[in-house]
Design a protein around this ligand. Structure first.
Ligand code: NAG
Ligand code: NAG
Ligand code: NAG
Ligand code: NAG
Ligand code: NAG
Ligand code: NAG
Length: 545
């Protein structure tokens, strides 16, 4: 009887068809049964609002719609995703406070994996113009993971999309630190999801150091703890019925790569807008490319607003109920339908990755291999509490204000003989101020406090037009002394823990334990305010190519 019960239980559990776990061995992906896994996917993100301006050259959206919280939308789209024959969707922006059960469970039951980008528009991304890896960003990233970790069909989390450009490589240490800390967090919760980054395409003297840097070991001990698992390349080289030699040079650039790589976007609109032929899939999913790449994601299911085209494969009716596929859709479904996966090399024959030393910095690759520390909520909250003059605002939209005030306060501090070095970091020199990992509000309060203290603690020196408040409960020590005592080890690398809010509600937005969550848009010392122009949806970035 016992035997029969067990067998019945097994039989009923196997009829559920749980989605197979995918993991990386060396540079390839395999499902648990040892079958090679390829990403045959499509980007799945409705467009957010784009505020066009000269400061927004890439048409980057400032808002987003979380498609995985739209149960009706997912139910509407699932049959179309199945017609396309995709096994993976990439979602660029999600809201950890929303419920994703319906979409994630439906996709999982249909065998569809998700690649989830952890960044959000504006202050939710590593700002390439003023880069830092800070508590508020880490909390946002971890809150998202905490709300998705229960779903078995999360293939990967991306720590950034097109943050680094050929003329902006100094932010790389902050991206790599994000990969390191997110990887440690995933390990701590026994998640097998991969850690990824999606790169803008570019010349070899940019892409090679970039890809090698994100998967290198700065410690020189062949350790993978700061290496991504999955390098995504947003590649639009193939246009129309291009020759199969189109990918020769990118193939040779990645021939010896040490971790998995794939095309995190593909599908140029330049040759057949609206009726793309998608013949690249026959090359991408065949040998020799399958020796190098693990598939790719066509861009994009939903239309995108971009100067380089519409890209969409469907139109959704204004009442949100009807999907009208276009010729792009039909052609991709037909091309994807012809693919049979190359099931080699055998998992047992694949060597584990080795993690070489990082590329050295030079005039085209300006990133140090000294990484910033793990952002530490408790240390930054300790400091904020001890500061003599604190930033306070009632505005829920304080992001731009903090940037402006930081620039102003740093300039005032400079004229009083102080500096903003403690709140700044430099990815080229690998020198990070003691507070560089703190959220922008704590950094601003620190600058306010230093100015206040240098000016005899006169109340007027803590006004900042009504944005500063004297902290009557603060100890008499200086801001610098408080920083040294709250952050005694400013280069500590540890496994981060989930912010309190994420633990208690499995993912409300990234509020830290101090009850505030702050923004990444800090001004760099002495500079005028910089706009955040991180490419959220890369549709906006083709002008770079
Ligand atoms: C910098 O080093 C990278 C390799 O890491 C190389 O591809 C690139 O050409 C070098 N740039 C210059 C200007 O030497
Ligand atoms: C989708 O909408 C766009 C813009 O309104 C239109 O140009 C295009 O023809 C539509 N495509 C389909 C398949 O309905
Ligand atoms: C937030 O403030 C900035 C600058 O003051 C402004 O440009 C932006 O429109 C505001 N956003 C919202 C949602 O109010
Ligand atoms: C970082 O340091 C380099 C080398 O000293 C310097 O050229 C660069 O301007 C610094 N970057 C910032 C943002 O201060
Ligand atoms: C705070 O600073 C901003 C920018 O300097 C200023 O516009 C505002 O009036 C100040 N005061 C308050 C209470 O926001
Ligand atoms: C971005 O700023 C808004 C308020 O302007 C805040 O609610 C949100 O938590 C911030 N995000 C991060 C990651 O700091």
């Amino acid at each position: 009887m016992i035997v029969i019960t067990v067998l019945l239980a097994l039989a009923s559990s196997t009829t559920v068809h749980a989605i197979a776990k995918v993991s990386r061995t060396g540079r390839y992906l395999y499902t648990d049964d040892g079958t090679r896994f390829y990403i045959k996917g499509v980007a799945y993100q409705p467009p957010g609002a784009v505020v066009a301006s000269s400061a927004n050259a890439f048409n980057e959206p400032s808002t987003f719609i979380d498609p995985l919280a739209d149960a009706a939308g997912c139910a509407r789209d699932l049959p179309f995703l199945q017609q396309l024959g995709v096994n993976t969707i990439r979602v660029y922006s999600v809201d950890s406070s929303l419920n994703h059960d319906s979409c994630m469970n439906a996709f999982s039951a249909a065998g569809i994996y998700t690649i989830i980008d952890l960044a959000l528009p504006l202050n939710g991304s590593i700002d390439r113009n003023s880069p830092a890896w800070t508590t508020n960003l880490q909390n946002q990233y971890i809150s998202t993971i905490a709300s998705f970790s229960k779903f078995p069909n999360v293939l990967a989390y991306n720590v950034g999309n097109e943050v680094l450009l050929s003329d902006a490589t100094a932010p790389a240490p902050f991206v790599k630190a994000a990969a390191r800390d997110i990887k440690a967090y995933l390990t701590s919760i026994s998640s097998s999801a991969l850690v990824g980054y999606a790169a803008i395409d570019g010349a070899a003297d940019f892409l090679q150091p970039l890809s090698n840097y994100l998967s290198c070991d700065p410690s020189g001990t062949n350790a993978g703890s700061s290496a991504i698992d999955l390098f995504g390349l947003n590649n639009y080289e193939w246009c129309g019925n291009a020759p199969t030699t189109t990918y020769d040079s990118i193939n040779s650039e990645f021939a010896d790569y040490n971790v998995a790589a794939y095309f995190s976007e593909f599908g140029s609109e330049d040759c057949n807008p609206g009726v793309r032929v998608w013949t690249e899939t026959g090359t991408l999913f065949a040998s020799p490319m399958t020796n190098i790449w693990s598939g790719g994601l066509a861009f994009s299911y939903f239309p995108a607003s971009s100067s380089a085209g519409q890209f969409g494969m469907v139109n959704i009716s204004s009442d949100g109920t009807t999907v009208t596929p276009n010729a792009d859709f039909k052609n991709l479904a037909s091309q994807y339908g012809m693919i049979s996966f190359v099931n080699s090399p055998a998992k047992s024959s694949v060597a584990a990755s080795s993690f070489p030393a990082c590329p050295s910095a030079n005039s085209s690759w300006a990133a140090s291999d000294t990484l910033p520390p793990t952002p530490d909520n408790a240390a930054c909250a300790c400091l904020e509490d001890a500061l003599s003059c604190q930033f306070h605002t009632s505005s829920s939209n304080y992001s731009a204000l903090v940037g402006t005030l930081t620039d102003t306060a740093c300039s005032l501090l400079g004229s009083s003989g102080g500096t903003c070095a403690d709140i700044s970091g430099n990815g080229t020199t690998g020198v990070y101020g003691r507070l560089d990992m703190c959220d922008p509000i704590t950094k601003l309060s620190y600058v306010f406090s230093q100015y206040f203290e240098l000016n005899g603690r006169q109340p007027s020196a803590c006004s900042f037009d009504g944005n500063g408040t004297v902290n009557g409960g603060a100890p008499s020590e200086t801001a610098l002394a408080a920083a040294k005592s709250c952050i005694p080890n400013p280069s500590a690398v540890v496994t981060p823990s989930a912010p309190t809010a994420a633990v208690s509600s499995a993912g409300s937005s990234g509020s830290g334990s101090s009850g505030r969550s702050n923004e990444a848009m800090s001004g760099n010392a002495m500079l005028s305010i910089t706009l955040v122009v991180v490419c959220m949806v890369a549709s906006a970035c083709w002008t770079m190519l």
